[in-house]
Design a protein. Structure first.
Lengths: 258, 258
DNA sequence: ATGTGTGAATACATTCACAGCA
DNA sequence: TGCTGTGAATGTATTCACACAT
């Protein structure tokens, strides 16, 4: 959108593929590093290497944002940082609340990547009265009773759930009722949310299980009982790939504090 | 690099799509819950609802594993639990080491989902000499100096990196050199690994940025300057969707302890 | 020369819709 | 009759390869 570029919608139209959106943060991180080293421009090849993707994909991804590069030269680092930040909505800063201050919640609260990337921990919330008032990562923990007020007073629209699985849905319901429309769920449960609310999950156990699956292959077919064993086949540097889905309701799983 | 691969042996029997593999843990979790409630059978419809996917997808996923259902009836819960566990390689248990025992590492160490799901924390490793010997979640922390020995003595092939970004690559290199072939990376860096080593990332900041992107849209087109704004359109329960990729090397980012 | 931007080709994933088995 | 299993249809993502701007 930026300037008045009204040609083919292909450029800045509202149709950025999810897969591309998921990679923008990666590019942004690599670009930020370059920016800090005062590198003025990068080629798609270089940037792709730094982000761990291949250059064709990167160029295609950028093409959805617009034509921000210069043929024969590459991309202007600062300009791209700005464009991607804007596209991701990071030019404003998002107040976030973290609910469930166990080890995980504390780790999240202390995560340095927040402030620097458009997010601000507006509040830490926990159900344990003993924690109320105690500062974690410099921020005082507040009691769950005040959840609704905290959300409203701070205009919070993004919530992080780091509670035990048993109370996650209930916390989720309260967050949503109070106005939160995006949730990052670390509890190992499928959350049900109304339409219009986004849920993303982070789940240690799932990630490990996926690794185990590939690990098992690499280990050879020793286990092969009556299977039409397939030797190598997969030894590729799989190195990741997620996928989640969703019907009308919530989403999935995750790590969990003590 | 495990065994030889090179071409595209892409057989068929052993060809479970990545997207399906990524969902098996979800199904497994839902099935385990049913199993605990002594539910004997489930239909694809019911199980799909519990796992947060749609039934056609679930049936297609299961079709890659074999024909484990009964037409007109559904799936036998116990049997499916076993088949999926086996497919994921969870019938054996995987010793795992966690490197970097900050808040995050401690949270992971205390995660209950380990033991119950085929994983065992074989060791906790940290570079801080002051931590050595101190138990975290009941497991004594060991010093980084002994990393290689620990990996070898325990036959560890899966490592979790929860260190600050600055040392992640270095830790990764040592893990790989010592024999680890699967890595779950929580540090916000792209790790380079040789072929045959799988890397998966978990990155709080990236997840939040993806949420922010969608959140921005929902917020309306207030920012809309000369854009052919697209009003509602997105209010759907987007609710997730990942995607990562990879070239020849490693992968990406993540949370980070204090 | 060099490296972007992008149509066209290919690969992968989801959804449909229904035949066929219990 | 009810629900699985799966080909065919559709949708999405990645990769190729090259015209073209600088």
């Amino acid at each position: 959108m930026a300037t008045g570029r009204t040609h083919r919608p292909a450029t800045r139209s509202r149709g950025i593929p999810e897969a591309t959106v998921a990679r923008l943060p990666l590019y942004l991180r690599a670009l930020t590093a370059l920016s800090e080293r005062s590198v003025p421009t990068v080629s798609s090849e270089e940037l792709a290497a730094a982000a761990g993707v291949n250059s064709a994909k990167l160029r295609k991804d950028f093409s959805y944002l617009g034509s921000y590069g210069t043929r024969g030269v590459g991309y202007d680092v600062e300009y791209l940082v700005y464009q991607i930040s804007r596209e991701l909505g990071l030019t404003q800063d998002w107040p976030v609340v973290i609910v469930g201050i166990g080890n995980l919640g504390a780790a999240l609260a202390g995560y340095g990547g927040f402030a620097s990337r458009g997010f601000r921990v507006a509040a830490l919330i926990d159900a344990d009265p003993a924690m109320a008032g105690k500062p974690v990562a410099g921020i005082p923990v507040q009691h769950t009773d005040d959840l609704e007020k905290i959300i409203k007073d701070n205009g919070v629209s993004i919530g992080v759930i780091a509670t035990p699985a048993g109370v996650a849905q209930q916390v989720c319901d309260r967050l949503v009722a109070a106005g939160v429309t995006s949730i990052l769920n670390f509890a190992p449960t499928v959350l049900s949310v109304p339409d219009g609310v986004d849920v993303r999950k982070v789940d240690l156990s799932i990630e490990l299980q996926i690794l185990a699956f590939h690990e098992q292959r690499k280990a050879g077919e020793e286990t092969a009982a009556g299977d039409g064993a397939l030797p190598a086949a997969t030894a590729r540097g799989v190195a990741a790939g997620d996928s989640a889905d969703q019907g009308p309701d919530g989403d999935v799983p995750a790590v969990m504090p003590a």
